[in-house]
Design a protein around this ligand. Structure first.
Ligand code: XIL
Length: 313
């Protein structure tokens, strides 16, 4: 059976995984990340706290390592992420800035980070999770100091930093049609009407097996109809542990549903799973009692969900 990336390549589709650069020391991990995926996303190594932990002190070792790996393996890279309220160093999160100062800080971070990888990172989550589950703008240093205009400003800075990059905003719980994705739909329309350089929307896709929204495809379609590129950027479909055959089969149907929803819409250009195997998934650490959310298990064996992805491609 051909690996996923070969099937994806045949149709110009991006099939990605989140990769942690320190895990590339493990031969099985390296081999699987290279063999199965034609795109990678830094799981943590490009986040602000990793890249610029202190003002003006940049640290690139983790981020560079994955960029080199991707180049060696002919993989695209989705840049994650520039402006986010989380995994933000405390000098930014708790800083007291005037609007002009914060703008300068953001510009420096965006310019330096995107500039370093110009021509190497094709797409970027410029702003991550600016809206909360209440469908209102999230409280963050960016929103407090600059108001909602921080999103448009970030996009303009990103366009200036790398005019060839495709610029996304990205969030969770906006996979189906709901109040939060409605807020994004309005935000996207606003940004486009103002001439902000927004190219795409990322639906993270952190989902619960057996509880998927039924209107993922319609939701993708409405963003595509605005002229935006859509990607599923962080797909995982978690289950309550322990794993049973029945749960694996439900999960396989769930993966089919998400893959088919994206592949049915011409503006939906890729799906990235949030981790290479179940052994490296963030789910068990962040959702008590849940796990086994990815298509490949902790022993690098394909699960029924893997064959769903394979068949969908
Ligand atoms: C997660 C990583 O997977 C974890 O290793 C880290 O401890 C926390 O962040 N939405 C995002 C991702 O945009 O950056 C998050 O990644 C998962 C939720």
């Amino acid at each position: 059976q051909p690996p996923l990336r070969d099937l994806a390549d045949q149709q110009g589709f991006r099939m990605g995984a989140a990769v942690a650069s320190h895990l590339l020391d493990d031969a099985d991990y390296r081999r699987t990340a290279a063999a199965e995926f034609n795109s990678v996303t830094h799981e943590n190594d490009l986040k602000w706290e990793s890249v610029q932990p202190q003002p003006g002190q940049y640290s690139w070792s983790g981020a560079d390592r994955l960029v080199e790996f991707a180049e060696q393996n002919g993989q695209q890279i989705h840049g994650h992420t520039l402006v986010w309220h989380s995994q933000l160093p405390s000098w930014v999160e708790n800083g007291s800035f005037t609007p002009a100062e914060l703008t300068q800080v953001m510009e420096d971070h965006i310019d330096t980070t995107m500039g370093r990888y110009r021509g190497q990172i094709q797409t970027w989550d410029v702003v991550n999770e600016p809206i909360g589950d209440d469908a209102q703008f999230r409280n963050s240093v960016f929103h407090r100091v600059l108001g909602e205009d921080f999103i448009a400003q970030s996009l303009h800075m990103a366009r200036a930093a790398d005019p060839d990059a495709t610029l996304f905003i990205n969030d969770y719980n906006i996979d189906g049609i709901n109040a939060k994705s409605d807020a994004y739909y309005e935000l996207a329309q606003d940004l486009l009407a103002q001439g902000a350089p927004l190219d795409g929307i990322g639906l993270q896709g952190h989902l619960i097996s057996g509880q998927l929204p039924q209107d993922i495809q319609q939701n993708i379609q409405r963003f595509a109809d605005l002229g935006l590129e859509v990607m599923i950027t962080e797909l995982d479909i978690r289950m309550t542990m322990p794993v049973t055959q029945q749960k694996l089969e439900q999960q396989a149907r769930d993966y089919t549903q998400v893959m088919d929803a994206c592949l049915a819409v011409s503006g939906c250009s890729g799906v990235t799973v949030w981790g290479v195997t179940d052994a490296h998934s963030w789910v068990p650490d962040h959702f008590t009692g849940e796990g086994a959310a990815l298509p490949i298990d902790e022993n690098y064996q394909p699960k029924p969900a893997y064959w769903s992805v394979h068949e969908a491609l």
